[in-house]
Write a protein that binds this ligand. Structure first.
Ligand code: IPM
Ligand code: MG
Length: 372
């Protein structure tokens, strides 16, 4: 298979973690004889620096012409502390989601057996957690009308949803539930918000088409508690843009590190794959960022093109790295000298030689391995 992959490393640790995802895809390409062409574009603070805009036209064009987009991270502290900044890196990410029509964001949350004790939650609470969050990505308060009054004392962000925006992602979420544990939880704030009541009405109407899926409802405040207290009760969670942003970040506590959570975003014509973590500017160029979320995002990319064996091999390699504690400091207290690129090297090496990697385990921790 030949794929043109647009790569937008972005800001902060984005370039470092994306380099590892690209490394892994190249290894898969070699082993399975696929041609992956990587074409790089600027986005976020990196693009503002060069072109005074977080989303240059050339980047949009590159992504539209590609078969898939691999995205790193976005954000810069300089903008975070300045509420008056007119141009912000995040506009690059929101802009590309909108430009590509990526309305369905899929965020799997899986408790890895080897990492159960890394979570701040109790092992019995989180063991066997396997959730997928369907977050609406191009509507709601993120994209509604915004303004600040002339005197600077009043601000508005409108949360607006149209029936079609709810229907198209709800279908996806119902289908996902059908292929999983047949349960869909709609998370909203229907006791207060009109937009949430529309979500409920639309989703209830659609549920008639999916009689084999049990539909449940939960208010966002309660869902925030239940996700931590008893995550195993969830199968597919469907929710609007901002609730999904918050819940998916919260879910990282279950898996032990936000550096493990991958995501994919889809529209009618395009797909993008990105870790859910942010730019983590403090860690930039220190080699401590966890590349696994990006590498697992690459696995989702492979899944998307029905390259199931390839995706499975990437996941096996990731499992092995977790199992052998070949992980960055966010997960690894005992051997915290494993850098971002060494984790990527290990995973690359496993892909090349799945049989042999075990043998080098001892040396890896001594820093003497021939493979890393
Ligand atoms: C995410 C991020 C983005 C979002 C930011 C960087 C705009 O937090 O992908 O979850 O809020 O969607
Ligand atoms: Mg977020």
């Amino acid at each position: 298979m030949t794929l043109d992959i647009a790569v937008l490393p972005g800001d902060g640790v984005g370039p470092e973690v994306i380099a590892e995802a690209v490394k892994v895809l190249k290894a898969i390409g070699l082993v399975y004889e696929h041609t992956f062409n990587f074409k790089y574009g600027l986005v976020g603070a990196a693009a503002i620096k060069e072109h005074q805009t977080p989303l240059p036209e050339a980047t949009v064009k590159l992504c539209k012409e590609a078969d898939a987009v691999l995205f790193g991270a976005i954000g810069d502290k300089a903008y975070d502390i300045d509420p008056d900044a007119k141009i912000r890196p995040e506009q690059g990410l929101l802009g590309i989601r909108k430009a590509l029509g990526l309305y369905t964001n899929i965020r799997p949350v899986i408790a890895y057996p080897d990492l159960l004790n890394k979570s701040s939650l109790k092992v019995r609470q989180i063991k066997d957690t396997d959730i997928v969050i369907y977050r609406e990505l191009t509507g709601g308060i993120y994209f509604g009308e915004k303004n600040l009054s002339a005197d600077g004392n009043t601000a508005r962000d409108v949360c607006e949803y149209h029936r079609y925006e709810i229907e198209r992602i709800a279908h996806e979420a119902f289908k996902a539930a059908q292929s999983r544990k047949h349960k869909l939880t709609l998370v909203d704030k229907a006791n207060v918000l009109e937009s949430s009541r529309l979500w409920r009405r639309v989703v209830i109407a659609l549920s008639k088409q999916y009689p084999d899926v049990t539909l449940e409802f939960m208010f966002i405040d309660n869902a925030a508690v239940e996700l931590i207290k008893n995550p195993k009760q969830f199968d597919v969670i469907l929710t609007e843009n901002m609730f999904g942003d918050i819940l998916s970040e919260e879910a990282s506590v279950i898996v032990g590190s936000v550096g493990l959570l991958a995501s994919s975003s889809h529209g009618e014509d395009h797909s993008m794959f990105e870790p859910i973590h942010g730019a983590y500017t403090d860690a930039k160029n220190k080699g401590i960022a966890n590349p696994i979320a990006s590498i697992l995002s690459a696995a989702l990319l492979l899944d998307h093109f029905d390259l199931a064996d390839e995706a499975a091999l990437v996941r096996d390699a990731v499992d092995k790295s977790l199992n052998l504690h070949i992980t960055t400091p966010d997960l690894n207290t005992k051997y915290n000298n494993i850098s971002t690129s060494k984790v990527g090297d290990f995973i690359e090496d496993f892909i090349n030689n799945p049989e042999e990697t075990n043998l080098n385990f001892t040396n890896i921790h001594l820093g003497q391995s021939t493979i890393i």
